[in-house]
Design a protein around this ligand. Structure first.
Ligand code: SF4
Length: 137
């Protein structure tokens, strides 16, 4: 069963084949495939994607000085928006159907300063959700 942390439950929908390193990308792809076919277990902290990340040290994110704290805030925000809690399980389709409702808030809070924004913007789903949010504004 794939295990995912809060922000990956949202950001993974926009994976466009890019990542930090070949091993990281390969693991991300296989975790994504598993998430599409099996129930996902929600966790707090490092997950199945983080475990092949070159920035994970002793179970903590060392992408930059404040990364661990910022990522945890992102996880909490994602779970609050999706109305989910660590330890529960959900299907990929169950999250997908909530994305239109939560994307306005998520994009406003997190996508603007994200290093992966250019990659996410290549995905049709991201473009559609973004265009829907401008229609709402
Ligand atoms: S731009 Fe960043 S925060 Fe926004 S969905 Fe993509 S990876 Fe997540």
């Amino acid at each position: 069963m794939p295990v995912l942390r809060g922000h990956h439950l949202i950001c993974l929908y926009f994976f466009a084949g890019e990542g930090y390193a070949a091993e990281f990308i390969e693991n991300l792809r296989s975790t994504l495939n598993a998430a599409k076919s099996e129930p996902i277990e929600i966790c707090a902290g490092a997950d199945d994607i983080c475990r092949k990340c070159p920035y994970l040290k002793d179970g903590l994110c060392r992408y930059n000085k404040n990364a661990e704290e910022e990522i945890k805030k992102m996880d909490n925000a994602a779970l609050r928006l999706l109305k989910l809690t660590p330890g529960t399980q959900i299907k990929w389709s169950g999250i997908e159907e909530r994305l239109p409702e939560i994307f306005f808030e998520w994009h406003k809070s997190y996508c603007g300063d994200c290093d992966w924004k250019i990659a996410c913007e290549k995905k049709k789903l991201f473009q559609v959700l973004k265009s829907n949010q401008f229609q709402r504004a």
